[in-house]
Write a protein that binds this ligand. Structure first.
Ligand code: SAM
Length: 98
């Protein structure tokens, strides 16, 4: 697995997180920040600054149905749990238990 960018102790990977995360060593992350696809682009509308706007962000945000969406989220969240350092804050680990 080749990093997209690397300098000092910083490494950036670019790709499918479901393929990249399993290749990283367990107990090696102090903090994980994620902004995953919420799969809310279902042809609906939302209110943004008082205007009605489409929530269709792209194919990557389309729902594949509750079961598949749940499987997707469970997969990357399980990987995050594996990657978390045992010494990471209990709050961080706790939030991934549910
Ligand atoms: C909610 S957006 C995050 C936007 C980003 N935080 C920003 O401000 O530009 C989710 C992003 O995850 C990407 N994505 C979808 N599935 C992915 C996957 N399996 N692995 C990595 N990225 C994925 C999408 O292409 C999209 O850019």
């Amino acid at each position: 697995m080749n990093p997209y960018f690397q300098k000092d102790r910083f490494t950036l990977y670019h790709g499918n997180s479901l393929e990249i995360l399993p290749q990283l060593p367990a107990d090696s992350f102090d903090m994980i920040y994620a902004d995953p696809p919420y799969r809310l682009s279902n042809g609906g509308f939302t209110s943004e600054s008082g205007r009605l706007v489409s929530v269709n962000k792209g194919g990557w945000d389309k729902s594949e149905g509750v079961e598949e969406d749940f499987k997707f989220h469970k997969k990357w969240i399980s990987e995050c749990r594996r990657l978390f350092c045992r010494a990471a804050t209990e709050g961080g680990v706790e939030s991934l238990r549910y």
